[in-house]
Design a binder for this molecule. Structure first.
Ligand code: MLT
Ligand code: ZN
Length: 464
């Protein structure tokens, strides 16, 4: 590997090829600490040409490439694995923020720009980023494209896929594809943003992206509402979607998740939740004060017996305080998992909203059978639950029970985190053999040496 490392150093410079185990470590273990591996080196290119040269070099040497952004992934798709020699291709030096095009409502940014960086840049120009989630300060645009990330604003603006109006990406062969023109209309063959969003670093490495921007709403209001059941939460969602045009987020938090984050924050719970109920965190944003819109919708929901308890926040400080009860659940889970020395089993699933109650019941039953604790929360409008099983005795059995039922309910085994290596054993539940074979053929055509993230999305694929 000495010659190979020398070649990498000649491409990106000695300072940007990390071979020291201590320097590599934070890139080799994922956020959950469930997935880890060893790399030959962490390579930090700064230009598209450097990425192309690194990929060509890896293809020649038969070394796998794991592209990595902020390393906030939860399914083991962004860290090295297995016996295949690999490098981590850290994209963090692609940190350029282009000028905001206010008329087109677009901006071009480097793949290593964080989600918060994209948002703050847009806000400074009077606009906003349409995607937001808790890992915003570390997660990068490139990673969000690779996983087709979602977050809390999907009900209003869609997932990351809908925001990418252009990409520049490097194929495993070193060829550069895509366009950053951001044309809203164009029919000229393959639409690279569509192909690459959700491909988890298996088809190409995104270096830059042209992203959609949305209006910045300066008037916001947040409510935490306790309801009697998951079905009541879905009924409340129906009212909100119909009567509250400023609806920006509707997040669901099951009682154990609220209890955990309350304990973690050392604060009093914002609402009292019935044991069989749940909470809905509602965020509204508009160019005029949306308080009246939200309060009257909640009043109508109350008349239908859907509201058990409500906490309201209109000023920025109170709002930030309320949002913490949703945003910091993942951190609370990580804290208790670290304390018991067992990483949580994380399932990120979605079903039609009408099946959410059934999914919740299945997850509770799986936790009870295993003797683990279920911490559930997620994105109500997409029927997307993050089911975390703490101190799971038999993670594979829990996963099979829950993911099997999810598939029967017409859902997906990955809503926004990706398949990574964590979910490959269950991919067959939602993708037929012909579908998987077609995806592998596409992958082989674009990456003949099989170097891009082998083991992700298809466990049988390995670098040659
Ligand atoms: C979230 O919605 O907070 C994220 O998807 C992270 C998680 O599931 O833990
Ligand atoms: Zn989420």
């Amino acid at each position: 590997m000495g010659e190979f490392v020398d070649e990498l150093q000649a491409i990106v410079g000695g300072d940007h090829v990390l071979t020291d185990p201590d320097m590599r470590r934070s890139h080799e273990v994922d956020w959950t600490r469930r997935y880890e591996g060893t790399s030959v080196a962490v390579v930090r290119p700064a230009t598209t040409d450097e990425v192309a040269a690194v990929l060509r070099c890896c293809a020649r040497a038969g070394v796998a490439v794991v592209a990595q952004g902020g390393n906030t992934g939860l399914v083991g798709g962004g860290v090295p694995r297995g016996a295949v020699p690999s490098i981590v291709l850290s994209m963090l030096r692609f940190s350029t923020l282009g000028p905001v095009d206010a008329e087109a409502m677009q901006v071009t940014v480097g793949a290593g720009v964080t989600m918060a960086g994209w948002r703050d840049h847009a806000r400074a120009a009077g606009l906003d980023a349409p995607v937001d989630f808790a890992a915003r300060d570390s997660a990068t645009v490139g990673g969000a494209i690779a996983t087709n990330a979602g977050g809390s604003r999907v009900l209003r603006f869609g997932t990351m896929r809908s925001q990418v109006v252009g990409v520049e990406a490097v194929l495993a062969t070193g060829g550069v594809v895509g366009s950053l023109a951001g044309l809203p209309k164009e029919t000229a063959g393959v639409h690279w943003p569509s192909l690459l969003a959700g491909s988890e670093g298996t088809l190409a490495v995104v270096t830059r992206a042209r992203l959609r921007l949305v209006p910045r709403f300066d008037h916001t209001v947040t409510a935490f509402v306790a309801v009697g059941s998951v079905d009541d939460a879905v009924a409340l969602l129906g009212i909100l979607r119909r009567d509250v045009p400023s609806l920006d987020a509707a997040e669901v938090v099951l009682p154990a998740a609220l209890e955990l984050v309350v304990e973690h924050l050392g604060r009093a719970a914002p609402v009292t939740t019935p044991a069989d109920g749940c909470c809905v965190m509602i965020d509204c944003a508009d160019s005029a004060d949306p308080t009246e819109q939200l309060t009257s919708a909640l009043h109508r929901a109350g008349e239908r017996g859907l509201v058990v308890d409500t906490a309201f926040a209109t000023d920025a400080t109170q709002r930030a305080g309320l949002l913490e009860f949703r945003d910091r659940i993942t951190e609370a889970i990580a804290t208790v998992s670290t304390a018991v020395g067992s990483p949580p089993l994380k399932l990120d699933v979605a079903v039609p909203v009408s099946a959410l109650a059934e999914l919740t019941a299945t997850a509770h039953a799986a936790a009870a059978d295993d003797g683990s604790q279920l911490i559930g929360f997620g994105h109500l409008a997409e029927g997307n639950l993050h089911l975390n099983f703490l101190d799971a005795g038999d993670p594979a059995t829990i996963a099979s029970a829950v993911l099997g039922r999810v598939a029967e309910l017409g859902g997906t085994i990955s809503a926004e985190h990706g398949i990574g290596v964590a979910k490959t054993p269950w991919l067959h539940l939602i993708r037929a053999a012909e579908d998987r074979a077609a995806q592998q053929a596409l992958r082989a055509a674009l990456d003949p040496a099989g170097i891009l993230n082998p083991g992700v999305l298809a466990p049988e694929l390995r670098a040659t």
